[in-house]
Ligand binder design. Structure first.
Ligand code: EPU
Length: 420
C-alpha cells in the first residue's frame, strides 16, 4: 500500500494554486446525466478516484462516458435505456452511488440499489432519501441487501420536509422530481453550493426549479431535459485545506478559481484567528505570518462552517497558543484525525461532540494511519509542522477527493514523497 513520507518541519508554504472542480458537485452532476436526453458535457471535472468510480457506475448502467482528463471534461451520452440496478460491488466502493437512485426514479420510476451500509464518519443512513421518495408516490422494500423502489403510477408532486438538512438527500429528491407530474416542495433543503450547482445544471437542461424560501425548493415537473454543458464550481473544501497549510506553516499563498462566498464562514474564522486575507474576484490570498489566536467554532450546514473543513482546521489549531474548540454537529465520527495528531504531540481531547485543542509549540514526526478523506489532509498538515519524519499510511483515502494532491503540495514548497 502506498504511503506518504514528509520530513518536517517544512518551510512556510508560498506561491499560488488553482482550485480543482468540486468533487461533491461533480458526483451528483454526473449522476444527474441519467435524466438528460442526448449528450451532456461537464467541464472543470476533478479526476479524483470517486469521480472515476462514478464514471464506472454510469457505464455499468448503460451510459456512454468519455473522459478527457487533460481538458478536465467528461462527456456523457445516453443512447439506450439504462439498467436499473446499482450493484453492491459499486456502492461498496463509492457511497455517493446512492445518487443514482434519484435520477433512475425520475426517468424510469424504478430502481434497485445495494444498501450503502456504514461509513468511517459514523452511521450514515439514507432514511430521509427513502421517506422523501415515498412522498413522491414511490414504494420501497429492502430484500437481500438491496432497496427496491418503484413508483407504479409515476412520480407525483407532493411536499417533503427533511428532518435534518441532507446534501445528497436534497440532490436525490430534486433529481427524482424534475421529470415528475405536478408540483413538488422540498422543505429544510440543503443550500450547499454543490446542491445549487446541480440545480443550475438541471435548469440549463430545461428543469423548473426555484428556491421560494431560505430552505424551500419548488419544482414543477417537465417532460424532458435536453443535453447541455456545465462548468463545475471550485472545490471549497480543497481551497480551505490548502489555506490551512498556510496557517500551520505560517505561510503566504494565493488560491485561485474559488468563489470566496462559498467559504463565507471559514474566511470569517481565519480573519478572527488573525490571518491577513486579501480577496479579489475568485482568488483568496492568505498571509499567516502573524501570531494567531485560538477560536471556537461549530460545524453547520451551509452557510455555516462545513464539517468537511473541520479536520484541516483542527490540525492548523494544534500550533495556535491557547484553547480552541470545534463542535461537530453533522457526523458522529468526524474526529478521526485527533488520535493521529496526538501521536505527533498535539494536545487535543474529545468531549462528546467537541474537540478541545490546546496549542503546543512543537509537534514530532510520527507514523500515522489515515481513515478518511479529510483526515488524510489533516495528518499531512500535522506532518508539515512536525519536527522529523512522518509516515502516513492508507493515503488512498486522500486520492478519493484531492486532485493532484502531491503535485499541488510540492507547488507550494512541501517536500513530500510517495512510496510503496
Ligand atoms: N442523515 C440521516 N439520514 C439520511 C441522510 C442524512 O440521518 O437519510 C444524516 C447524516 O447521518 C448526517 C447528516 O444527516 O448526520 C447530514 O448528512 P448528509 O446527507 O448531508 O451527508 P451526505 O449527503 O451523505 C455530503 C458530502 C459529504 C459531506 C456531507 C455534509 C457528498 C458526496 N458528500 O454527504 O462529503 O461531509 O454532505 O456536508 O456530497 C467528503 O467530501 O469528505 C464528504 C464526506
Amino acid at each position: 500500500m502506498e504511503k506518504f513520507i514528509i520530513k518536517g518541519p517544512t518551510p512556510s508554504v508560498r506561491g499560488s494554486l488553482d482550485c480543482s472542480g468540486a468533487k461533491n458537485s461533480a458526483l451528483p452532476l454526473m449522476a444527474s446525466s441519467i435524466l438528460f436526453n442526448g449528450t451532456v458535457i461537464l467541464r472543470n471535472i476533478p479526476f479524483v478516484n470517486d469521480v472515476k468510480k462514478m464514471s464506472d457506475l454510469l457505464i455499468s448502467l448503460g451510459s456512454r462516458v468519455e473522459l478527457f482528463e487533460k481538458k478536465k471534461i467528461i462527456k456523457i451520452t445516453n443512447k439506450k435505456k439504462h439498467k436499473l440496478v446499482v450493484p453492491f460491488k459499486l456502492i461498496s466502493t463509492i457511497r455517493a452511488g446512492v445518487l443514482a437512485m434519484g435520477p433512475l426514479l425520475g426517468k424510469y420510476n424504478r430502481c434497485s440499489t445495494a444498501m450503502p451500509g456504514g461509513c468511517s464518519l459514523g452511521d450514515r443512513g439514507i432514511g430521509f432519501h427513502l421517506e422523501g421518495f415515498k412522498k413522491l408516490n414511490c414504494k420501497y422494500k429492502v430484500r437481500g441487501g438491496y432497496i427496491n423502489i418503484t413508483a407504479k403510477n409515476g412520480i407525483k408532486g407532493n411536499t417533503y420536509k427533511f428532518p435534518k438538512v441532507s446534501v445528497t438527500g436534497t440532490s436525490n429528491l430534486v433529481m427524482a422530481s424534475v421529470l415528475g407530474n405536478g408540483t413538488f416542495f422540498i422543505k429544510n433543503a440543503s443550500r450547499e453550493p454543490e446542491v445549487l450547482d446541480v440545480i443550475k445544471f438541471l435548469k440549463n437542461g430545461g428543469a423548473r426549479i426555484y428556491f421560494i424560501g431560505k430552505r424551500t425548493i419548488k419544482i414543477i415537473g417537465v417532460k424532458k431535459l435536453n443535453g447541455c454543458s456545465h462548468e463545475v464550481i471550485g472545490d471549497r473544501i480543497e481551497a480551505f485545506s490548502y489555506l490551512c497549510a498556510a496557517v500551520i506553516t505560517k505561510g503566504k499563498i494565493k488560491i485561485n478559481k474559488i468563489n470566496p462566498k462559498n467559504l463565507y464562514a471559514e474566511l470569517k474564522i481565519l480573519k478572527k484567528m488573525g490571518c491577513d486575507l486579501s480577496i479579489k474576484g475568485s482568488s483568496i490570498e492568505i498571509n499567516a505570518k502573524k501570531k494567531l489566536k485560538p477560536v471556537k467554532i461549530k460545524t453547520l450546514p451551509f452557510p455555516g462552517f462545513a464539517t468537511d473543513n473541520s479536520p484541516p482546521l483542527i490540525a492548523a489549531l494544534t500550533k495556535v497558543k491557547g484553547k480552541s474548540e470545534i463542535q461537530e454537529n453533522i457526523f458522529s465520527q468526524r474526529f478521526q484525525c485527533v488520535p493521529e495528531l496526538n501521536k505527533m504531540g498535539a494536545l487535543i481531547s474529545i468531549k462528546k461532540n467537541k474537540a478541545i485543542i490546546i496549542g503546543t509549540d512543537k509537534l514530532y514526526g510520527s507514523e500515522c494511519i489515515s481513515s478518511d478523506l479529510r483526515t488524510t489532509f489533516s495528518i499531512i498538515l500535522g506532518a508539515l509542522a512536525a519536527s522529523g519524519t512522518s509516515i502516513i499510511n492508507r493515503i488512498y483515502h486522500g486520492f478519493r477527493g484531492y486532485y493532484q494532491l502531491e503535485k499541488k503540495l510540492k507547488k507550494i514548497g512541501v517536500k513530500i514523497k510517495r512510496v510503496r
